[in-house]
Design a protein around this ligand. Sequence first.
Ligand SMILES: NC(=O)c1ccc[n+]([C@@H]2O[C@H](COP(=O)([O-])OP(=O)(O)OC[C@H]3O[C@@H](n4cnc5c(N)ncnc54)[C@H](O)[C@@H]3O)[C@@H](O)[C@H]2O)c1
Length: 258
Amino acid sequence: MERDSTALVTGGGRGIGQAICVELASEGSDIAIADVDEDGMADTVEQVEAEGQQALALPTDLKHLGSVEETVETTLSEFGTIDHLVNNAGIAGPTSICEDISPDEWDETLAVNLRGPFFTCRQVLPSMKQQGYGRIVNIASVTGKRPLTRRTPYATTKMGLIGFTRTLAAEVGEHDINVNAICPGSVDGPRIQRVFEEKAEATGRSYEEVRTDAENESPRRELVTREDVARAVAFLCSPDANRITGQDLNVSAGKVMY
Ligand SMILES: NC(=O)c1ccc[n+]([C@@H]2O[C@H](COP(=O)([O-])OP(=O)(O)OC[C@H]3O[C@@H](n4cnc5c(N)ncnc54)[C@H](O)[C@@H]3O)[C@@H](O)[C@H]2O)c1
């Protein structure tokens, strides 16, 4: 990024979102963090401030329009602009065959993963249009490209998020607002390690065997890191990506190639 800028990052209290906050701060962005996890946000605030940038921790439940409205209003009154919006927050939803999923589980997954990005874009776009500039990055998944059995609600949201990205990009491009998606593969960290442990226990194999299988799904024989995803976000928010919009960029160590 060429100039001091401002970013609103959802789900910035831990995981990939926290790495995105720190990466954008290291590139000169002040960061507003929108998350339900107040302890996590406090940790991110410290890391952003250590990069010499301002940080706002804004308790937000993306399921509720009123909460998102308040967060966007506070960010604009504190920072003056929102140059970059990163829709990162997401939940895994239930792991069950379709007919065992309850309507509440379905609705909850769609509310966080799909309605959340709609609410943030809806509230942020008027100010981006007014300033004639904006970069929106939606964190989808390789599951936005291919099926993931027993995870129909999650897959539906990530495929939907790619459709939302393309359509919004077509709608707002003339205002110098770019909208892109990133599709991470399995990201190394506590969450995926727990998944491997559970799979190892369920199948009577060792943790190492399960992990090696997952790594071998990629031509590079490795998982990706949260920093890989964060650097791709920073690129899409940089002037180097000025003419890139409506795209879905895989950060999957080659696991998915379309
Ligand atoms: N971890 C992976 O392997 C992986 C792979 C592909 C895509 N993704 C996607 O990347 C994004 C981040 O994943 P992660 O692994 O860092 O997840 P995570 O669970 O570690 O973090 C998600 C963050 O979102 C917040 N959040 C959840 N519900 C919220 C709500 N209603 N309102 C506001 N904040 C809320 C959580 O508090 C948390 O801080 C998600 O969209 C996920 O689907 C992750």
